[in-house]
Design a protein around this ligand. Structure first.
Ligand code: SF4
Length: 332
């Protein structure tokens, strides 16, 4: 089984997630149990939005978005009030000039949708359908996001486009506008209108997933890839080497294949290595743990290392590269 959020990751690079075998089924349904503090918070915010919409439906107010805000409880108003206002604005605009809201479904379920032998399960946060007197129809799909960053990968956009495709198959083909709405006030972006992607069909995306085709790029690999610096690290990962990172004080994921075990041991044990050729001091981060580098006889052996680095320029024009070593493979 797979959920649309995983499909979003797979659309970016099919090798990000292993194709499931019979013994490694994946679940795509959010059930609210377990998870980190962040995912729990996200589930809570989704629940507020769902309960609010259920009240609107219950009170038969679906075609009156101008009074939906009155249906928020005080707690909901505190937690999702601004996001709710954004939704009301979107829906009111979509009603123009003469559309009526005919259907609302929070947590629209997609269950056991089989595409190329893969079962897709997921919940679309909210779908709203409108119709006018001429029989024209339009649909709004909303995905509530706890936080929305300004700089983000296309993952969420792909996810929403898959939702659109799946909802069309389950209900009917309609013009659809799709929105990501940031719920938390720390959200850098409040609303993003997602355009139709030029993506392959779900069928093709799943075929590529089966083939585990890699799609390396500086944008795709790194922090957003679940295989970054893990045991299943990806041979094709494209990340900058330490020398390619500019002095910008930002934490950047790197992959360095040109330094010997001697250098890494010096950083791991003494905390510093002075690289004369680079005119740089490589230092071990004091705030984050690095993995331990073994002492082996061949000190000249090169290593394939992934981690984070922060590069600063020192007053005498030397560079300081502060490093966290996340994974290290000694090349034989
Ligand atoms: S490291 Fe890059 S190429 Fe490899 S799985 Fe991740 S995104 Fe794909």
């Amino acid at each position: 089984m797979v959920g649309p959020s995983d499909l979003g990751k797979i659309a970016i690079c099919p090798a990000r997630i292993p194709f499931p075998t019979k013994s490694s089924g994946r679940g795509g349904h959010r059930d609210g149990s377990g998870g980190t503090a962040f995912t729990k918070e996200g589930t809570k915010l989704h629940k507020y939005a769902e309960n609010w919409m259920l009240r609107v439906i219950d009170k038969e107010l679906i075609d009156s978005p101008e009074i939906w805000m009155n249906e928020l409880s005080n707690e909901e108003k505190n937690r999702i009030g601004r996001a709710a206002k954004r939704l009301v604005r979107i829906v009111s605009n979509q009603k123009k000039p003469d559309f009526e809201i005919v259907y609302i479904k929070p947590e629209f379920e997609i269950r056991n949708k089989k595409i190329s032998s893969v079962n897709i399960n997921g919940d679309v946060d909210l779908i709203i359908e409108l119709r006018n007197t001429h029989g024209e129809e339009r649909r709004i799909i909303v995905d509530w996001k706890r936080t929305l960053k300004k700089k983000r990968t296309k993952e969420y956009d792909y996810q929403l486009n898959f939702y659109d495709e799946l909802v069309q198959q389950k209900r009917s083909k309609q013009d659809c506008v799709k929105y990501l709405i940031g719920v938390n006030e720390e959200s850098e972006k409040k609303i993003v209108k997602v355009e139709d992607s030029q993506l392959d069909s779900l069928e093709e995306v799943i075929q590529n997933w089966k083939g585990q085709k890699t799609n390396p790029s500086l944008q795709n690999c790194g922090l957003n890839c679940p295989r970054f610096a893990t045991e299943s690290r990806c041979e094709d990962a494209e990340l900058p080497s330490l020398i390619e990172i500019s002095s910008n004080y930002k934490r950047i994921a790197f992959r360095e294949k040109n330094l010997s075990i001697n250098v890494w041991n010096s950083i791991a044990t003494k905390g510093v290595y002075n690289h004369k050729e680079w005119g740089a001091t490589l230092t071990k981060s004091k705030t984050e743990n690095s993995v331990f580098v073994e002492n082996i006889e061949d000190e000249g052996a090169l290593c394939d290392v992934e981690g984070f680095a922060t590069v600063r320029t020192l007053p005498e024009m030397k560079k300081e590269i502060e490093i966290v070593i996340k994974s290290i493979i000694i090349q034989s």
